[in-house]
Every structure is written in C-alpha cells, then in structure tokens.
Ligand binder design. Structure first.
Ligand SMILES: [Zn+2]
Ligand SMILES: [Zn+2]
Length: 138
C-alpha cells in the first residue's frame, strides 16, 4: 500500500475511513516495526486522547485487511505496513529486528546485517551487531 495515501489504502481494502485508522497507518509509515504501545503513544500525539483498546482494534482490523503485517517476536508483536514482501532477522538478546529480502540464506545474513544467525524460519533469529560481542556462543 501507499503510505502517502492512507485514505486510498483504507478505501481499497473496503474499510471505513476513520481518524484512528489513518493515524495508525501514518504512524506505521514513519515507524516501521513499532509495537502496540508505541503506536498508542504516536496516535495520541497525533489525535489527542485515544483509548488503548481503540488502537488495538484498529491494528486488528488493519491486519485482517492485510494492510498491516503483524510480526510475532515472542514477548511482543511488532507491526509494519505490508509495502513489500520481506523476511525479518530478530536478535534473541535485545529484540532488534531488521528487514531481510526473501530468500536470503543464513550464510549470507552475517555479511548483510551483522547478525550471527542460529535459526531460520520465516523469522530469522540471531544476535545483532551490538549484542554479538557480549553474548558468548552457546
Ligand atoms: Zn519489516
Ligand atoms: Zn541485540
């Protein structure tokens, strides 16, 4: 979807256009991989008082409409616009998340992103450059 035109994105997905939905899409356009709490803060900065539940409801609706991708990282879910298909690499220690082009193999990940990867599924997990030096190998 186009981050510049959240109204068109909502209409294209046959969703009602609301201030909250627009605010969440705009916030995600500026802050990819935000979690729900962060999005609540960003939407409040934009709109004033909005309930936490309202933002969660918007995230559910946008995820079901496939405008937003929900990434399960274990302790919390992160959200991003479904602008293009990509995989992710996740740091086990600090939760840092980076985008990876689909089809990147664990062997080429360290060159591309500095992670030491020890598991691969749709979500790659490993250690990010700042955690890598202080976490011993298993
Ligand atoms: Zn991503
Ligand atoms: Zn890390």
């Amino acid at each position: 979807m186009s981050a510049e035109d959240p109204v068109a994105a909502l209409r294209g997905a046959s969703l009602r256009v609301t201030k909250q939905r627009i605010a969440v899409l705009v916030a995600l356009g500026q802050h990819p991989h935000a979690d729900a709490e962060q999005l609540v803060r960003l939407v409040r900065e934009d709109l004033g008082s909005v309930s936490t539940q309202a933002v969660y409801d918007v995230l559910t609706a946008l995820s079901e409409a496939l405008l937003v991708r929900r990434i399960e990282t274990g302790p919390r879910a992160l959200f991003e616009l479904r602008a293009h298909a990509h995989d992710h690499v996740l740091c086990r220690e600090c939760g840092a998340l980076a985008d990876v082009e689909p089809g990147v193999t664990p062997r080429t990940l360290p060159q591309a992103h500095g992670f030491r990867v020890d598991e691969t599924e749709v979500l790659h997990r490993g250690l990010c450059p700042s955690c890598r030096p202080r976490v011993p190998l298993p």
